[in-house]
Design a protein around this ligand. Structure first.
Ligand code: ZN
Ligand code: ZN
Length: 104
């Protein structure tokens, strides 16, 4: 797909800080925004058990734990202990804060 221009309105301080960090890391803001939007549009995650990367849109939700099941090995939160579930919950909470959505 060809690149397209996107105009965004973002808090000034955030833009400045992000520009500085991106410059220091040698990556363009466009690439960062593209990655974020790409994830938002069609989230892809890594299986915590086998490491397989899959799109959540292609996986089934476990009726018991409510997690996306890995299409390769079938793992979901049912295979995790209490502590593992807590770690995963707060990792995901970070994503939910970033994307202002529970569908991530
Ligand atoms: Zn897996
Ligand atoms: Zn489960």
């Amino acid at each position: 797909m060809p690149k397209r221009k996107l105009t965004l309105t973002i808090e000034g301080e955030t833009v400045e800080k992000a520009k500085e960090k991106a410059k220091a890391s040698g990556i363009s803001l466009s690439k960062i925004v593209e990655n974020v939007l790409s994830y938002y549009a069609d989230p892809a995650v890594y299986c915590f058990k086998c490491g397989h990367k899959f799109h959540v849109s292609e996986s089934n939700i476990c009726p018991r734990c409510g997690w996306y099941k890995c299409p390769k090995c079938g793992a979901c939160a049912c295979q995790l202990g209490e502590e593992g579930v807590r770690v995963a919950f707060y990792m995901r909470k970070t994503l939910m804060d970033i994307y202002s959505s529970t569908d991530v």
